[in-house]
Design a protein around this ligand. Structure first.
Ligand code: AHR
Length: 332
């Protein structure tokens, strides 16, 4: 992934004006002013996190905090508890404090233009991590670092397509959606729907948000088990909701992974353990380890360099057998 970040120091004097790249100014600049780099121990970055809704999020927070501590860069951190208004407040407070950079993972896709324009007016470059905003004005952020969620949904769909390729009967799928309006919920549903449309036997018979939490997944699954008599497969937009669904399925006297198959996204340790135990059938990885790349972006911008507008995280998928092998070395 390092290859996707272009450092001015490494690349000589090229790249300004390259399509798809953007410059930061560091120290309050919006792009390319001839201010020298600030010493790292004088840089201040404000990070507005979504919340602590899942194992993924906890791992993401720890990784980002550790990466900034290792780099010797001050990180101001706030937890929005899954509320957009809290995130907007945190970003405004970072603007007032005059931080050098702001990074955040938007709870939902819409409604960011006003506060991002305020950051722009204050000359503070913004880096999006993990989730996108749907803003038409791409000058409102320097770079977006994170997964391709549509691709993740497609990978989940590919497994389902293959698993049921010989089925002539209808396959009843229930979907546990992430937070309504969040990029991963929108995109994972879209990618999955696109792929399973290839087989008319595959049908999403119910779809509801579990807000990316284990409790939400359990509650929605309990209701679905009552309203949907014959569920063949659960597609959960993250491991935590899948783990909640497992609890509901077991409480209903059914065997997760056998009576009802389960496909999830993330590959955090608890999810991988359930996959290795045969309770989940397939997991699409979504890596929370964004800290080192975020630090690299900030350092590159601080040096007056350019970064790619979109940096996509490299990810894989896991079957049950692969989970058994991967678990001992899993970092999160
Ligand atoms: O935005 C990434 C998603 O948010 C993760 O898949 C989920 O676990 C988290 O809450």
């Amino acid at each position: 992934m390092k290859k996707q970040l272009i450092s001015l120091a490494a690349a000589g004097a090229l790249v300004l004006g390259l399509a798809g790249c953007a410059t930061g100014g560091g120290a309050g600049g919006t792009g390319g002013e001839a201010e020298g780099p600030k010493p790292l121990d004088e840089l201040v970055v404000g990070f507005a996190q979504v919340g602590a809704e899942s194992g993924w999020r906890t791992a993401n927070t720890k990784d980002i905090q550790a990466a900034f501590a290792d780099a010797g860069i001050e990180l101001k951190f706030s937890d929005a508890q899954q509320k957009q208004e809290n995130q907007i407040k945190a970003i405004r407070s970072y603007i007032q404090q005059g931080v050098d950079y702001i990074a955040f993972s938007p709870v939902v896709e819409t409604g960011w233009d006003a506060v991002l324009n305020e950051a722009k007016a204050a000359g503070i470059p913004v880096v999006l991590t993990d989730r996108a905003v749907d803003s038409k004005d791409e000058s409102l952020y320097v770079s977006f670092l994170g997964s391709d969620f549509i691709e993740e949904g497609k990978k989940a769909g590919d497994w389902v397509l293959e698993e049921y390729k010989d089925t002539t009967e209808p396959v009843n799928i229930v979907q546990l959606e992430g937070t309504t309006g969040a990029a991963p919920a929108i995109d994972r549903a879209e990618g999955f729907a696109e792929v399973i449309a290839e087989n008319p036997n595959l049908e999403v018979v119910a779809s509801q948000t579990g807000d990316f939490t284990r409790a939400g997944g359990k509650q929605v699954m309990e209701a679905m088990l009552k309203s949907q008599p014959d569920i063949d497969l659960v597609y959960a937009h993250n491991d935590d909701m899948g783990l909640g669904a497992i609890e509901a399925i077991e409480a209903a006297g059914l065997v997760p992974g056998e009576d009802i198959k389960i496909v999830t996204v993330d590959a955090v340790k608890d999810g991988m353990q359930a996959l290795a135990d045969g309770k989940i059938n397939f997991i699409v990885e979504c890596s929370p380890l964004l800290g080192a790349q975020l630090v690299e972006i900030i350092e590159t911008l601080n040096d007056g360099g350019t970064v790619e507008k979109r940096i996509i995280t490299e990810e894989t998928t896991f079957t049950q057998e692969q989970a058994v092998e991967a678990l001992p070395d899993r970092k999160y």
